[in-house]
Design a protein. Structure first.
Length: 717
């Protein structure tokens, strides 16, 4: 079957290989000569000479009119299409950047042949270009082109092609492989030189061949161009090796070391480019010929280089924007490639610190994400390099889709018992800057209308907190927060009763929210929240008013959202059985693509290292839930509410209480107490009410305030 001729052309690295048969004359392998190094940033280009090369005894550039040239011959197999035989190609009519010969305008060429589909064997190519190298020749240089994709397909076991250089010391009766393009080319854009050890001094019976061979019923897949072939004698000769044989025909190539560590074997050229990541400072390269068969390394050459500090170039001119689409938003980023010759292989793109994907440099340099809810979105772009391998710093920009500009990059610096906060002003084109900043520790407001871009929180109590900083504007608008966590390894258990109402729109002190996200793709904004940011509609009789904790699987779209709301460690009473009470709400209009959403409560006895189920909240009626913790009498436990869904489900939790007795109201106020009753928005309902009168109240949530000033929520079903 005929193959398409590849038009993208690359010529890559060559080979150095030695094969000696018994009773042959060997030359001495010496240290490489004239080892040079060129440092370009982190890339180091090494070049060297043979070390003991003598005079050139044969040279051919294929620039003459005759083909094959004098001293050369061709042996063709394909008789169907003469274009599939070795010939010469004149590049003078091509654009200069398409010249695939090394020098001049001509090069020897073999291309995929045509054939008869009814007789597939007519496609077969086994094409030979043969030369007598000249008396005494020991080394060989040639320039060539083969498309770099050969490196990929050449590693496939069943790929049929070979692009050999072979040597014969018996006038073609037998041949030994020196080089095969399917293994030995490099990924370099342009003609490259190969350098080969012939393995013995050439005589009148020595031949060297370029052989392109395909499958039995197939043409070759790749065009091969050969140019500027040269053979050299060696100056120094060694004694005859007698009947000694080298194992596996004894391949010899070059080895390259960096600071005493081997970088690469089988370097089959007299040059090597090191793209590895290196620390700034002095480094030593060593190059030596090495026999694979005998595992013998010959005399080496060394050179010291000085590598300076290097930073990978970043992408440039990032422009970010958004547009509303059917009530949701599309956010986009566009950028320019780095300046200079060193260009990335691809770009990683992040939105709010999570991977949004990658884009190849061959594509338009832009990426967006649609279906997003209102929010603050920071798009970051990172240039990723392969040669040398490394990544640039990220560049970023922020958009405020459907909301107002917010501060960013909140930072914490802890000194003794004080914590210094610092943040960036909103990235905004608004005419007026914020009036100031509102600061929370956990869900406690600790400062308001702070004018500076820093604040010191003094005498901070022990524990874990999330700090939140909001921008406050003159029209009353309050931005989303920039947040940062103060973490500690010294978590202490809290005593019962534990009561949490989630009324202040922030993660309470000692509590935590997590997303199980092994692929690092789910934005933190989709975890448990305390501000009903996604505007879920909850029935008035659900018992939830003012603030509550919630998570929305629909908001996260097709992402697999697995998120947990975790309590502090709670020390349960050793004398009275405990109970956890809370109001829960769950709704799911229809199942997601992978099934229904899950909602449950779990408990841990080992500080959160492992959890077991307490109850399946999805299957329970909405409203107040009461779960006995009697079996955990006297233990320290942690509770967590878990949600798992994909494009479905909504869950909410409010008024969490972990108590030592079953009647929380009687426990606080007692039957002999009187108290005032308020609605959750602060309106007075009744004054001087005793406990036994609570049953007369309509269903709902109330605030009870004792004469001593203690306030607590009360749920009347």
């Amino acid at each position: 079957m005929k193959k398409n001729l590849l038009t993208s052309l690359v010529l890559c690295a060559g080979a150095g290989l030695l094969s000696l048969s018994s009773e042959c004359m060997a030359y001495e392998i010496v240290a490489p000569g004239n080892l040079n190094a060129k440092v370009n940033g982190m890339v180091v280009d090494l070049t060297w000479d043979w070390g003991n090369a003598g005079r050139c005894v044969h040279s051919e550039s294929f620039e003459g009119e005759a083909f094959p040239p004098a001293g050369w011959q061709v042996k063709n197999t394909n008789a169907y299409d003469e274009a599939g035989n070795w010939g010469v190609y004149d590049f003078s009519e091509e654009a200069p950047d398409m010249y695939l010969c090394h020098d001049g305008v001509k090069g020897a060429i073999v291309i995929p042949a045509g054939g008869d589909d009814d007789e597939p064997s007519t496609y077969h190519q086994d094409e030979w270009l043969i030369v007598k190298p000249g008396a005494g020749a020991a080394y060989m240089d040639f320039w060539y082109y083969l498309h770099p994709s050969l490196l990929d397909v050449g590693g496939i076991r069943d790929f049929p092609d070979h692009y050999y250089v072979k040597v014969s010391f018996d006038n073609g009766e037998s041949w030994e492989e020196l080089w095969d393009g399917r293994w030995d080319i490099g990924n370099v854009d342009g003609p490259r030189q190969a350098s080969l050890f012939l393995g013995d001094d050439a005589d009148e019976d020595t031949l060297v061949a370029f052989q392109a061979v395909g499958g039995e019923n197939e043409s070759i897949y790749y065009t091969w161009i050969v140019d500027d072939v040269q053979f050299y004698t060696s100056e120094d000769k060694a004694a005859t090796r007698g009947s000694e044989e080298w194992l596996n025909n004894g391949n010899v190539s070059y080895r390259v070391y960096l600071d005493g560590e081997k970088l690469f074997d089988f370097v089959k050229a007299r040059y090597f480019t090191d793209y590895s990541t290196k620390e700034p400072g002095k480094h030593v390269y060593k190059v030596a010929a090495w026999s694979e068969a005998m595992d013998e390394e010959y005399e080496a050459a060394e050179i010291e280089v000085n590598v300076g500090a290097f930073t990978f170039p970043t992408a440039r001119n990032l422009q970010v924007g958004y547009e509303e689409q059917n009530g949701k938003y599309l956010v986009t980023g566009r950028w320019d490639a780095p300046e200079g010759d060193l260009q990335p292989a691809y770009y990683n793109v992040y939105i709010n610190g999570k991977s949004a994907g990658w884009i190849d440099t061959g594509n338009e340099l832009s990426m967006g994400q649609s279906g997003l809810y209102k929010g603050v979105y920071t798009i970051e772009v990172q240039a990723c390099y392969q040669f040398p391998e490394g990544v640039s710093e990220k560049i970023g920009g922020t958009v405020y889709a459907g909301t107002i500009p917010a501060p960013g990059n909140l930072r914490l610096e802890e000194t003794d018992s004080d914590i210094r906060l610092g943040w960036n002003a909103p990235d905004t084109m608004l005419e007026s800057a914020p009036d100031g900043y509102r600061i929370y520790r956990g869900d406690e407001l600790i400062a308001d209308l702070v004018a500076a871009l820093e604040y010191v929180d003094k005498d901070v109590p022990a524990g874990a907190y999330t700090y939140s900083v909001h921008a406050v504007y003159s029209d009353g608008g309050v931005s989303l927060p920039s947040t940062a966590a103060r973490e500690t390894d010294e978590l202490k258990a809290v005593a019962t009763p534990l009561v949490e109402r989630f009324d202040n729109g922030h993660l309470p002190a000692g509590w935590d929210v997590t997303i199980l996200d092994p692929n690092d793709r789910i934005k933190d904004m989709y975890s448990w929240r305390f501000d009903n940011w996604f505007d879920a509609e909850i029935p008035a009789d659900s018992g939830m008013e003012r603030g509550f904790a919630s998570v929305n699987g629909l908001a996260a779209g097709m992402n697999r959202l697995e998120s947990y709301l975790c309590s502090p460690i709670i020390a349960l009473s050793a004398s009275e059985p405990s109970v956890v009470r809370f109001i829960k709400y769950f709704a799911e209009e229809k199942q997601g693509p992978t099934g229904p959403a899950a909602f449950k409560i779990e408990i841990s006895e080992d500080g959160g290292d492992s959890f077991v189920d307490l109850a399946d909240l999805r299957s329970m009626e909405n409203g107040e839930v009461s779960i006995s913790l009697e079996q955990y009498l006297g233990k320290e436990v942690m509770l967590r509410w878990g949600f798992l869904g994909r494009n479905s489900g909504f869950a909410a939790v409010d008024f969490v209480r972990v108590e030592d007795k079953t009647n929380a109201v009687d426990e606080i106020v007692g039957a002999a107490y009187v108290f005032d009753v308020f609605s959750v928005d602060g309106g007075i309902v009744a004054k001087g009410v005793q406990a036994d009168s609570l049953e007369a109240l309509p269903a709902g949530i109330y605030l009870l305030r004792t004469s001593g000033g203690e306030t607590r929520k009360f749920l009347k079903k």
